[in-house]
Design a protein. Structure first.
Ligand SMILES: Nc1ncnc2c1ncn2[C@@H]1O[C@H](COP(=O)(O)OP(=O)(O)OP(=O)(O)O)[C@@H](O)[C@H]1O
Length: 224
């Protein structure tokens, strides 16, 4: 579904990484780790077409992102749900309206209304649905961001440090949701520093751990 072939990326200075290849198959579960600044967020952005590689190719559902027209890219991106590191919301809208935003923007407001109650219940936020985003705790924000990422029924979920600022219990809850999505057949890719989270996940799913270090992507050892 997502394939990186011999990819390099540079923001203008030296290359962050090069010769990097990766395939995210349907139903796969990957973690991405590596030191701060190694390029994890950059790699995720390449995977969802927010950045185009400076060398090599990224193919999303069989189509390379280089030269993809804006409309085509926007349509393809609907098949990838992204939970961003800072998970920003529109503070003048309710939590439920924020979660429904991708569907509303796509002109599918009726579907959003039909689907929202179940989705809010699934992430455990029914009681918070009418609140404004600034009233949410860190863990609630992450779950709202996950709900927003899955409302378009994407085939792939990409999450950047989803448990960065939340406690262990809440991390476990978020992980359980991601595992459930994976069991429904969705490919999951999570960038994280949290080795305990990776260990907890490996007890539940066949997750692979990729490590970005020294400009290269490696499969992490069995100790993780
Ligand atoms: N828009 C940008 N312009 C120039 N340099 C950038 C830009 N975004 C990121 N960088 C640089 O690229 C490098 C990799 O950044 P990136 O955010 O991908 O790393 P990361 O592994 O996700 O880090 P962290 O774990 O701290 O979130 C860093 O040195 C960063 O300063």
């Amino acid at each position: 579904m997502i394939e990186l072939r011999d990819v390099a990326y540079s923001y203008g200075g030296g290359e962050l990484f090069s010769g990097l290849s990766l395939v995210l198959a349907p139903g796969s579960f990957h973690f991405l780790t590596g030191p701060s600044g190694a390029g994890k967020t950059t790699l995720l952005k390449l995977c969802y077409g927010d950045l185009v590689p400076t060398a090599g190719e990224v193919a999303l559902f069989g189509e390379t992102t280089r030269g993809m027209a804006r409309d085509g890219l926007a349509l393809t991106r609907r098949r990838i749900g992204v939970v961003h590191q800072d998970c920003q919301f529109l503070d003048h809208l309710s939590v439920a309206e924020n979660v429904a935003l991708p569907l509303s923007v796509a002109g599918r407001r009726a579907e959003a209304e039909a689907y929202l109650p179940d989705l809010m219940a699934w992430v455990g936020l029914n009681r918070q649905a009418g609140r404004r985003p600034p009233e949410l705790s860190g863990g609630e924000r992450q779950r709202a961001a996950l709900a927003r990422a899955v409302i378009m029924s994407p085939d792939v979920i990409i999450a950047d440090e989803p448990t960065g600022n939340i406690d262990w219990e809440m991390s476990q809850r978020l992980l359980a949701l991601l595992v459930e999505l994976n069991r429904m057949g969705k490919a999951v890719l999570i960038a994280t520093h949290d080795l305990n989270l990776i260990r907890a996940a490996k007890a539940q799913v066949a997750a692979r751990t990729l490590r970005l270090k020294g400009r290269q992507l490696m499969m992490a050892g069995a100790e993780l």
